[in-house]
Design a protein around this ligand. Structure first.
Ligand SMILES: [Cu+2]
Length: 180
């Protein structure tokens, strides 16, 4: 019985560690990836979009593609002006400049989720795998926020899991205010 309890406690601790990692950013090579989120579907939508923030601590890399079991197909998209109308189009690989801090966000670059298996519901999560040219692959947990949300970085919102840059640097082993 005792060993069963030890396993149960270890499992709970592992879950807690995963949750903490998600809020502070996940390190993949020289990249730190954080705030993976999506908007809840407004109705019985067949498409959706996922967003993520990336901080590159190293040389240039490229986001090549994404996949999720939540949708039949995932494409990298960008919004472009076409005859005065904002349209979205497949963007191909997304360049990540050296030392860049970038955000996929509503109205900008996003991971288009085509053929959702079901509507995205606020409070739920789903896995999203991103594939980078140099850093490799990582599977993130995407948090579904409310319809019309502008994301965890929205200054008008106060979500749990809001990215704190201080935490992020502690995670990288570079506390910004302890340098002498
Ligand atoms: Cu799109």
């Amino acid at each position: 019985m005792r060993s069963v309890n030890v396993v149960a406690i270890a499992f709970v601790l592992a879950l807690a560690a995963l949750a903490a990692t998600a809020a502070e950013g996940i390190k993949l090579g020289e990249l730190v990836i954080y705030d993976a989120w999506a908007r809840a579907s407004a109705g019985p939508a067949s498409n959706g979009a996922a967003y993520v923030s990336i901080h590159n601590h190293g040389p240039a890399d490229r986001l090549l593609g994404a996949s999720t079991p939540a949708a039949a197909r995932s494409e990298l998209h960008a919004h472009i002006m076409d005859g005065g109308v904002m349209k979205m189009r497949p963007s191909g690989p997304i360049d990540i400049a050296p030392e860049a801090r970038m955000r996929l966000e509503p109205g900008g670059r996003h991971v288009m989720l085509m053929g959702l298996k079901g509507p995205l519901k606020e409070g739920e999560t789903f896995p999203l795998t991103l594939r980078f040219e140099k850093a490799g692959e990582i599977t993130l947990t995407v948090s579904v926020l409310k319809v019309g949300d502008m994301g965890p970085g929205d200054p008008h919102q106060h979500h749990q899991g809001t990215h704190e840059h201080r935490q992020h640097h502690e995670h990288m082993g570079q506390p910004p205010q302890q340098r002498r």
